[in-house]
Design a protein around this ligand. Structure first.
Ligand code: ZN
Length: 100
């Protein structure tokens, strides 16, 4: 059997540990958020393939991002579906914007 004072010490040590653990977990969460924000800022309007700037054009409310370096073309969510519903001539016009 442990003495009551020992039990009390154990109890407070555990409370202290839980408290410190929570603070650390909160720090980790904030770090993850900061890292996410940093990456978003770093990659915003950059080509996912080569990292160079994207040039955005707006054609019939479809925003198409074209890479200034590798000529890759990137679409926002739902835009591939919209493009696929264009008539062939509409699609030719859209991609004609980028013709050199
Ligand atoms: Zn690129």
């Amino acid at each position: 059997m442990k003495k009551p004072s020992e039990l009390e010490e154990e109890y407070f040590a555990r409370i202290e540990f839980e408290k410190k653990k929570k603070i650390e977990e909160e720090k980790h969460k904030q770090l993850a958020e900061q890292e996410k924000k940093r990456l978003q800022e770093l990659h915003y309007m950059r080509c996912p393939k080569c990292g160079m700037e994207l040039i955005e054009i707006d054609y019939k409310h479809i925003k198409v991002d074209k890479c200034s370096e590798c000529d890759g073309i990137w679409l926002d969510p739902g835009e591939l579906e919209t493009v696929s519903k264009l008539e062939k001539s509409g699609m030719d016009k859209l991609f004609g914007v980028f013709k050199k």
